[in-house]
Design a protein around this ligand. Structure first.
Ligand code: COA
Length: 261
């Protein structure tokens, strides 16, 4: 399935959403963000999709940020509406997406691109990738969660440095900072991410969903509340058919076949 701005492919239980504006370095304009939101909505409701990969078309960029062309001449009121509309807020859609979502960072990952990658569950980068929040160079600040998610991933000092300077970091530096989980040679990026996504997609969808809910709470709720939620969700998952299958398969020394119920 394809439209102008994104491509969707699937292999087994893994869907890949590719931002498809390579001549603009996959910059996020309003139609692209709307297409991401609606694709994630479809994936959420499709039981055959158990994990999602987000990447960019072409050799050069994951996403080089918001489409700067859209900033010119746009009124503050229009900008406010666009940023707060659930139909176009791809950052919130990725963050709330209840299934595993992995960013495969294949090149420039800047501004809103880095913010969208940070809204995914984790990030695997090609050794050619460059990451950063260059909004300061435009006289702006990040508007897709960069001031909130970046310090949580890399710590306050590293976040301030990236946000104040607008400097890009290499994939290796991003790994050292904790911004990405793994760096792989560019030619191997999709093989590695596909393998990881397929391995995750074979796990219990019920357990994955509630792991995600509990982990999301860890950066939002006080510790005691998060721990209570974890115990509650453990009880809920304990009642799932997938738990019966997982325990039985272990005891029978066979591979489990999880159904998501
Ligand atoms: N919005 C709109 N268009 C963009 C874009 C963006 N964020 N990033 C790149 N493009 C366009 C360029 O204008 C250029 O278009 P053109 O061929 O019509 O001139 C095309 O994509 C290719 O980019 P180019 O700048 O020629 O590539 P480069 O290799 O010289 O530089 C970057 C790559 C990423 C360093 C540079 O494009 C850049 O700084 N982009 C903006 C990054 C940014 O500030 N993002 C945050 C936005 S809030």
């Amino acid at each position: 399935m394809a439209d102008d701005t994104i491509l969707i492919t699937s292999e087994g239980r893994v869907a890949t959403l590719t931002i498809n504006r390579p001549d603009r370095l996959n910059a996020l304009n309003e139609p692209t963000r709307a297409a991401i939101v609606s694709a994630l909505d479809r994936f959420e409701n499709d039981p055959d999709v158990r994990a999602v990969i987000l990447t960019g078309a072409g050799q050069k960029a994951f996403i080089a940020g918001a489409d700067i062309g859209e900033f010119e001449g746009r009124t503050p009121v229009a900008q406010f509406r666009v940023m707060n509309s659930p139909e176009t807020n791809a950052f919130e859609a990725a963050d709330r997406f209840p299934k595993p979502i992995i960013a495969a960072i294949n090149g420039f990952c800047l501004g809103g691109g880095c913010e969208l990658a940070m809204a995914c569950d984790f990030r695997i980068a090609s050794d050619k990738a460059k990451l950063g929040q260059p909004e300061i160079n435009l006289g702006l600040l990040p508007g897709g969660g960069g001031t909130q998610r970046l310090p949580r991933l890399v710590g306050l000092g590293n976040a301030y440095k990236l946000l104040y300077t607008g400097d890009m970091v290499t994939a290796d530096e991003a790994l050292r900072l904790g911004l990405v989980s793994e760096v792989v040679p560019a030619a191997d990026l999709m093989t590695r991410v596909n393998a990881l996504a397929a391995a995750i997609a074979a796990k219990s969808p019920v357990a994955l969903r509630y792991i995600k809910e509990a982990v999301r709470a860890s950066v939002r709720a006080p510790l005691d509340e998060g721990l209570r939620l974890e115990r509650t969700l453990f009880g809920l998952v304990f009642a799932s058919e997938d738990k019966v299958e997982g325990v039985e398969a272990f005891l029978q020394k066979r591979k489990p076949e999880f159904k998501g119920a």
